[in-house]
Design a protein around this ligand. Structure first.
Ligand SMILES: Cc1cc2nc3c(=O)[nH]c(=O)nc-3n(C[C@H](O)[C@H](O)[C@H](O)COP(=O)(O)O)c2cc1C
Length: 357
């Protein structure tokens, strides 16, 4: 309530990237100051052991995670991991540090409770990210790393695959699993990796490197979870399902942002004309349909993380009932505030939802 009545109106007076930056700085400081971190934990943490589940050998204390793109710099993770989330995705991370696209690159669609972004994958690079993650020891929830090719890397599929493999190998010791981002709409060339042969080669090479490092290291599992665009065509869908059935992908994140602009959108045409990926409420029906479709195509054998327009327990429940095992929020978190994960978890528990199996 305090967020929606007081803090959000102030933040929403700022340009969206400034608002994010301000909130992010607070979380970053809180991450370094023990008592502040503990306070955020007391305010927003949640414990519902009946919602805990083990997937891919990882223990998730609850099914509500933070989606990729919020903590691109892996500096707010200590605070965020106490604020009610059952897992946190950091990144996207590429092998080399990149500043992203020129600003403005995030646009608010207030009337639609959505965002359009074309961030262009700003991040500190794999080596610096590994260093930051290594300094974060107080692990309470699984940490997944969203990995992607270096935004401006040119070259054929083999060059891009090598870039992903380098990122994975640098940060593997510090994370519990990977989401493989081949679906960022603002990144040139990425579509190449949606083609069957290239996708299989990417996953095969990543799995081989993962297996090698895990065997030589701590032996803990590190799932490779493919993050899918809601704009994929039938051929790409079939390639993804084939990758799942061959065990090349351990799971799916459904979905990334969309380049679609549904006719139902109410925001100004000038904002809707901005290039980039649409997230938030208008994405919900699109992502939900993808979750249903892939749950059916994979026969429920591939764990699904659902993301896209979730801003309440009702939407989280719909995704879980449609076949997802876990959910994530991003845009809903911006609109609803820091109590959202706790609210979803409490309401899911009260609604009688329990993990399968
Ligand atoms: C500003 C912004 C940056 C994002 N950056 C990434 C990213 O780096 N990697 C990624 O896989 N997804 C990224 N996403 C997509 C989200 O992780 C999520 O898939 C999408 O926003 C749909 O969920 P939502 O409707 O809850 O926001 C980003 C989204 C936003 C709004």
């Amino acid at each position: 309530m305090i967020y929606q009545r007081l803090i959000r109106p102030l933040l929403f007076r700022l340009d969206p990237e400034r608002a994010h930056h301000l909130a992010y700085c607070l979380l970053k400081w809180a991450s370094r100051i023990g008592p502040l971190k503990a306070l955020l934990g007391a305010l927003y943490g949640v414990r519902r052991p009946e919602l805990a589940q083990t997937i891919w050998g990882l223990e998730f204390p609850n099914p509500v995670g933070l989606a990729a793109g919020f903590d691109k710099h892996s500096l707010a993770l200590p605070a965020l991991s106490r604020m009610g989330f059952g897992f946190v995705e950091v990144g996207a991370i590429s092998s080399v540090a990149r500043p992203g696209n020129p600003r403005p690159r995030i646009f608010r669609l207030k009337a639609d409770r959505g965002l359009i972004n074309r961030m262009g994958l700003p991040n500190p690079g794999a080596e610096e990210t590994a260093r930051r993650l290594a300094a974060f020891r107080d692990r309470r929830v699984p940490v997944l790393a969203n990995i992607v090719k270096t935004a401006d890397l040119d070259g054929d599929a083999a060059t891009m695959v090598a870039d992903y493999v380098e990122t994975l190998s640098r940060i593997l010791p510090q994370v519990d699993g990977f989401t493989i981002n081949i679906s960022c709409p603002a990144t040139p060339n990425l579509k190449t990796l949606g083609k069957k042969e290239a996708m299989e080669e990417l996953l095969r090479r990543l799995a081989a490197e993962r297996d090698r490092l895990v065997a030589a290291g701590d032996g803990r599992p590190r799932p490779l979870i493919l993050k899918v665009s809601p704009d994929v065509g039938e051929a790409e869908k079939e390639a993804i399902v084939a990758a799942c059935s061959q065990g090349l992908a351990d799971g799916l994140v459904l979905t990334n942002t969309t380049t679609q602009r549904p006719a139902s959108l109410k925001s100004d045409a000038s904002v809707l004309a901005e290039r980039g990926g649409l997230s938030g409420a208008p994405l919900f029906p699109i992502s939900l349909a993808m979750v249903r479709d892939f749950a059916a195509r994979t026969g429920g054998r591939t764990p699904i993380i659902a993301v896209g327009g979730i801003a309440s327990a009702r939407e989280a429940r719909e995704m879980l009932d449609a076949g997802a095992s876990l959910v994530e929020v991003y845009t809903g978190y911006v609109y609803e505030g820091p109590s959202l994960p706790r609210r979803i978890v409490e309401e899911l528990a009260a609604s009688g939802w329990r993990p399968r199996g």
